[in-house]
Design a protein around this ligand. Sequence first.
Ligand SMILES: O=C(COP(=O)(O)O)[C@@H](O)[C@H](O)[C@H](O)COP(=O)(O)O
Length: 281
Amino acid sequence: MDAYQNAGIKRRMRRFFRRDGRALIFAMDHGFEHGPTDFEPVWEHVNPKVIVRKVVRAGIDGVMMLPGIARIAGDEVKPNVGLMIKLTSKTNLRPKEDQLLQSQLGFVEDAVKLGADAIAATVYWGSPQEDVMMRQFAEIASYAHDLGFPVVQFAYPRGPYINERYGKKEDYRVVMYGARAAAESGADMIKTYWTGSRETFAKVVDAAAGVPVLLSGGAKTENPVDFLKVVWEVIEAGGAGAVVGRNIFQRENPEPFIKALLRVVHRNEDPEEAAKAEGLL
Ligand SMILES: O=C(COP(=O)(O)O)[C@@H](O)[C@H](O)[C@H](O)COP(=O)(O)O
């Protein structure tokens, strides 16, 4: 049984990671987590079919979405692209005191029915509701692993004492702590914040003890090269790639930008050279 599960996990991991062990994944859970206003810069991308078609055409390695969007746009995710279904979320409409909790909105069986290759859940390490999210993650991971599915943890340190103790949630000591907690809780992939430098991100990668660490994209940069530079640093630090949303769907023409990102992630190309090669400069 164990051999079967491991074979399934390994095989499904390869749907995201190329032979170089790296992946570029498109994130589209923003309509739920941030609200549809996130799509206003390029409104046609509020239609998941439109943006997913573009990212797949550009050569993306995987896409991450909530179950309902996978129902609507799953057909656009071609069989050579990994499908990651996230089973926890929260809206921005909640009272402030409940913003530090992600609730479960779907089940492992739903993700399996939707054709997922990996299953994701968030833990806000340091939240007063950390305990709830730890249990949610444990239940999701245990069942997904039984079925041979890799599990991705969005390991986000976030809570009242973090700023007090570390100054900000992106302090490498706290990001590294979240990544370690994710690895120790059984994640097969970890998605987390940029710590601001290659040296500090390398420590996050070390703390994850061999579990691939992916950058969580963040707000769109006006100059595309600025974001390419961050991803380049992540790769140089030993990161396994990036999960990117706004930097892709808030651009009028995301395809050359994705191709430039792929050059950086898979070919270690210099960010300016990659941008020039794709006509962004
Ligand atoms: O993790 C998320 C939200 O994080 P947030 O609470 O906005 O810090 C997701 O909505 C996104 O999948 C993730 O942030 C990646 O998308 P971008 O940050 O690149 O837009």
